[in-house]
Design a protein around this ligand. Sequence first.
Ligand SMILES: Nc1ncnc2c1ncn2[C@@H]1O[C@H](COP(=O)(O)OP(=O)(O)O)[C@@H](O)[C@H]1O
Ligand SMILES: [Mg+2]
Length: 282
Amino acid sequence: MVIGSPELPLEPSRPKPLFNLVVAWALSIVLSVVIMLFNEKYGTAIYDMGDLSGKVDIMGIIPHVTGRFNSIALIKSNAVEAFKVLRINIEAHWEKRGVILVTSSGIGEGKTTVASSLAISMAKAGSKVILIECDMRRPVIRDIFDIESSLGLADVFWRDTSLDDVINGTNIANLDVITSGYMADSPVELFSSTDIMRKFFVVMRSRYDTVIIDTPCALSLADTLLLSKFADNILMVIKYGKTRHEMFIKACGELERVGAKVSGVVLNCVPISKIPYMKFYI
Ligand SMILES: Nc1ncnc2c1ncn2[C@@H]1O[C@H](COP(=O)(O)OP(=O)(O)O)[C@@H](O)[C@H]1O
Ligand SMILES: [Mg+2]
């Protein structure tokens, strides 16, 4: 029996783009929250002291400072106390503090920030300090300290510039700075010139109580491994929630393979909210 002629639908019954869009959006939010929670709990990024305790000496915890800043501003912020603790721990635990090399396993973890803020903190406490920029690939120290001269380390070695012409005074009493200078060649060539480098550090040691060297990351580049033989102590920076556990261990291993040993670590960029729950003293 024919009841009536079939009506043609005005729209296709499938797919339903709006419905699909809403479901996909909801699923992506749920999935990102699950991944975030999973990563926080089981991920390999270093989140707190417990991840490291017993394996390395934790010399300090630096809070994450909000807003635009560089080391000069950082040392005036609420991080100033944290840098004092770092300095006091170093003075208390490291017998030889002639040359302190600051490095980390990856980029952007706070090596330059820690090296320069520690240098400022030590100088303010009365030590005669020089900060030497040995990260020739990403130079920033000139901007941080507002230094006019472009002459630096590279000029001493490749253009026979006198050492006195590359040492810059700063606004901070007791603190001098040598920037990287113009790099025409690979830094590996410079840092491999053991005799030249050794003589350079002998002069630096004779003029200053502490020499702090800011280096590139210890993984993938030879620079830091080469520089490590001139240092008394190696301070590794770990960025809270970013530095991967395996990368940190690998970087320490690379340093050990060339006969250097990590003397301690600084946990950087720790959210203020997490600090009261952490032990501040080692
Ligand atoms: N404790 C901190 N709080 C907030 N920002 C920081 C902190 N430490 C470093 N930074 C910022 O992170 C960025 C990378 O730091 P930097 O010291 O240049 O790292 P690296 O030398 O390891 O590449 C810079 O913009 C710096 O200002
Ligand atoms: Mg740097």
